[in-house]
Design a binder for this molecule. Sequence first.
Ligand SMILES: NC(=O)c1ccc[n+]([C@@H]2O[C@H](COP(=O)([O-])OP(=O)(O)OC[C@H]3O[C@@H](n4cnc5c(N)ncnc54)[C@H](OP(=O)(O)O)[C@@H]3O)[C@@H](O)[C@H]2O)c1
Length: 171
Amino acid sequence: MKLILMMAMTLDGIIAKNSNQNADWTTKADKKAFIAETKKHGAIVMGQTTYEAIGRPLPGRLNLILSLEPETFKDKEQPELLEFKKGSPREIVDYLAGRGFASAILGGGARTNAMFLKAGVVDEILITVEPKLFGLGLNFTEGEELDLNLELLESKEIGDNAVQLRYKVIK
Ligand SMILES: NC(=O)c1ccc[n+]([C@@H]2O[C@H](COP(=O)([O-])OP(=O)(O)OC[C@H]3O[C@@H](n4cnc5c(N)ncnc54)[C@H](OP(=O)(O)O)[C@@H]3O)[C@@H](O)[C@H]2O)c1
């Protein structure tokens, strides 16, 4: 199964000013690209903190939320829309493959991205570079030392002064 990490970041590499900030600061062009890409693949994986910042499941896709205590959220689960799960990055990828997904989006946040990159299960990175500088905040990976090489597959302007970059993770 192909896993694509999709993020919007400022020109200085920041995805949020802090862990509680919603990702709604991004351009309309990025939001449109995000909706199209996530619906295309049908599943989005995200950390519990990101889910709390969004505050609701994204409709029309499986939202797989990672938590060390997924049983706490069992009453919130909705079939095919919202699931909470614990597991290593490899176990999560295998779980999605077993559910029949050929590909899925990894939607952050910073700590989840780092964990999945470190585990070597991310195949592509799709970044929107937003026309903003925050100076301080969360980098798009946090918490793990990484030294990965990337191959640029595509770069394009998507409108609203934003640029989308698609990289392959060289394994
Ligand atoms: N700009 C963008 O495109 C973008 C996109 C996404 C997110 N964000 C921002 O990123 C920020 C959140 O990032 P963050 O780094 O603070 O947190 P995060 O990565 O969203 O969530 C971390 C939490 O996820 C759970 N988790 C992650 N991997 C797990 C695994 N393998 N098994 C079990 N649980 C796992 C743990 O939850 P528990 O503690 O519950 O166990 C962990 O504390 C928010 O501000 C959000 O808005 C920005």
